[in-house]
Structures are given as C-alpha cells and as structure tokens.
Design a protein around this ligand. Sequence first.
Ligand code: ATP
Ligand code: PH2
Ligand code: MG
Length: 243
Amino acid sequence: MDLKTWIGWYERILEDFKFDPIADMEAAEYLNDFLKKHENMKVDMDDLPHSDKFIIFGAGPSIKKHLKLLKEDFDLRVFTLIAADGATSALLEESILPDIIVTDLDGSMDDIIRANKAGSFIVVHAHGNNLEKLKAYLPKLRNILGTTQTPPIGDLHNFGGFTDGDRSVFLAVELGAKLIILAGMDFGDIITRYSRPQISEKMEKADEVKRLKLEYAKKLIDWIMENEDVKIYNLIEAKSLKG
Ligand SMILES: Nc1ncnc2c1ncn2[C@@H]1O[C@H](COP(=O)(O)OP(=O)(O)OP(=O)(O)O)[C@@H](O)[C@H]1O
Ligand SMILES: Nc1nc2c(c(=O)[nH]1)N=C(CO)CN2
Ligand SMILES: [Mg+2]
C-alpha cells in the first residue's frame, strides 16, 4: 500500500479509536533514535528472510488446529513463516520457529525474546500506546526492523497495516509474496490467551476496542486481496486443507 493510501486509513483509525497522532510520532522517534544508536541491532528489508510463499499466523481461536494441520499436510520449509505477535507462543508450543515476528510488544514477551534469540527476525511497531514497552524490551532484542504508522522517519518503515496480523500481510507483499496462507486469522470477537496472555480462560469475548481492531484487520486484508498481485487463502474459509 502506498503511503498516501495508508494515511487515508490512518486518519480514519485515529478518529475511530481516538488515538493521539503526536503520541504515535513520539514513539516513532524513540524507536528511530534507539535503532540509530544501536546500528548492530538493526536490520533492513533486504536482510529479512523471504520467498514467494508465506504463511502468516494470527492469534485467533483456530491457531492450534491450523498449526497441527499445516504440520501434517505441508512442507513448512517451502514457506517464509511470519508470526503476528502473540501467535509466536503457539508456534513455539508446536516446536516451530517463525522466520519473522511482527509485534507491537504486547504478546508473551518471554516467548518473543526466546524466539528472537533463537533466530527469528523481529519487526517492531511503534505507536502511542507502547512507548513504555519499547523502552523496556528493545534492549533485550536483536535483528530488529522498525515500523511506524505515521509518515516514516529515519530508518523506520511504513508499508501499511494496523494490527500485527494485517501488518504482517503488508510486509509479506512488500517482500514479494505471490501466495499467502493465513492461519489463526479468525477475526470475529473471540480472543485467546495467545492474544491476551493475562486472561484466565482459554478464550474470552473481545472488548469493543479489540473487536473494532479485528474489524480493521479484516478490512485491510480484504483491501490487499482486491488491490495487490497476490493470492491469499485463509484457512478459516478452507473446506478441506487438501482440497
Ligand atoms: N480472533 C482473533 N483474536 C486475536 N487476534 C486475531 C484474531 N483473528 C485474527 N487475529 C490477528 O492476530 C494478530 C495477533 O494477535 P494479537 O492479539 O497478539 O495482536 P495485536 O495486534 O497486538 O492486538 P492488540 O493491540 O489488541 O494487542 C492480530 O493482530 C490480528 O490481526
Ligand atoms: N496509538 C495506538 N496505535 C496502535 C495500537 C494502539 O493500541 N494504540 N494498537 C495497534 C495494534 O493492534 C496498532 N496501533
Ligand atoms: Mg501486539
């Protein structure tokens, strides 16, 4: 998505969520300054693993079922694997290391740091509500690519995308994907412990903000399906994985 089109979406998001664009910019400046001061922790788009086939994992209720089916029926080595934030924990439980993690640092950070140490590249998003998390966790990470939802500054990227899941799809398109399989991308209004590590039940009804975030995630992925030269299959809609 070009920047002009993204800014149109961003303006609607700012209005719907009442986010503060100045706070978004301050977080972006913090991330950019950190990466400038720690060149050895930074990577660029060319450094990220990629192929023309991607699987992108979201943190929805179907994630474990989809992971098990994919492990049985597909040679995962053919794909570049992207975990959206909290989905990283589900992959590690199945002994799968994602090639790339896309995160605003609110998944299970123990798992995300473990995967990053084991070799997953990490695409860290700065926004007005995660400045404290940037301060706490950036020093613990390596192989970082920085993203922002504001017009990009310095070394940061903005290839479009709001939630970690849809931003992962925009990233895959930017990296040359021709085929993308979506797993654990239920959208809807049920969230899991992978998405909210602090909830006590295995699943819960999403609050209104999360429900609206998932609505945007779906709309942005629909936009990609209609406007980009890529085939996207959501396993949620597949009648049979082999069919
Ligand atoms: N039912 C679902 N529950 C949670 N995530 C889902 C669901 N369906 C799809 N996803 C995708 O999985 C991604 C990873 O989930 P996670 O909740 O960790 O992300 P997030 O973008 O950080 O959201 P939040 O800002 O609410 O913490 C989401 O960004 C979303 O795009
Ligand atoms: N300001 C702000 N921006 C965001 C937020 C958020 O909570 N606040 N959440 C996101 C991922 O879902 C993406 N962008
Ligand atoms: Mg997140």
